[in-house]
Design a protein around this ligand. Structure first.
Ligand SMILES: [Zn+2]
Length: 129
């Protein structure tokens, strides 16, 4: 009795005609190929860039001292803001307001996401202009 294989695309079980057969049908084979191509065409994670003047602006706006609102924390929050809708200074301030009033930044800083961001930051993975 031949062992059946499970197609990685449609999950149908089939009797392989060749030892290296992976897919149930030609359509599945084609789909797998298209998926691979698409995956390879995905852009790599875009380099994140931060702007010092934005940081200075917000720091002044909030009257924060360096200890509370340090550059790394700003970049961490700023990166989360990127991609959340229309970017302009008013929206940016609203975003930071919601962080300030809705969350405890000390708690945010204790999170794993922040700690790993901080590590990457200190390794020099981000650009600041
Ligand atoms: Zn299939």
């Amino acid at each position: 009795m031949k062992t059946k294989k499970k197609c990685a695309i449609c999950a149908n079980r089939f009797e392989p005609t060749r030892l290296d057969a992976k897919y149930y049908s030609n359509a599945c084979k084609q789909k797998a190929y298209t998926q691979r191509e698409k995956a390879e065409l995905q852009p790599k994670e875009t380099e994140t860039v931060f702007y010092m003047d934005e940081y200075e602006y917000l720091k002044e706006f909030y009257g924060c001292d360096y200890e509370v609102f340090d550059l790394i924390f700003f970049c961490f929050l700023r990166r989360n803001y990127s991609g959340s809708g229309k970017e302009n200074r008013e929206n940016l301030i609203n975003y930071f307001n919601s962080i300030w009033t809705g969350n405890n930044y000390e708690e945010l800083k204790g999170r794993k996401a922040y700690r790993s961001f901080r590590e990457k930051f200190l390794e020099g993975n981000f650009k600041i202009f």
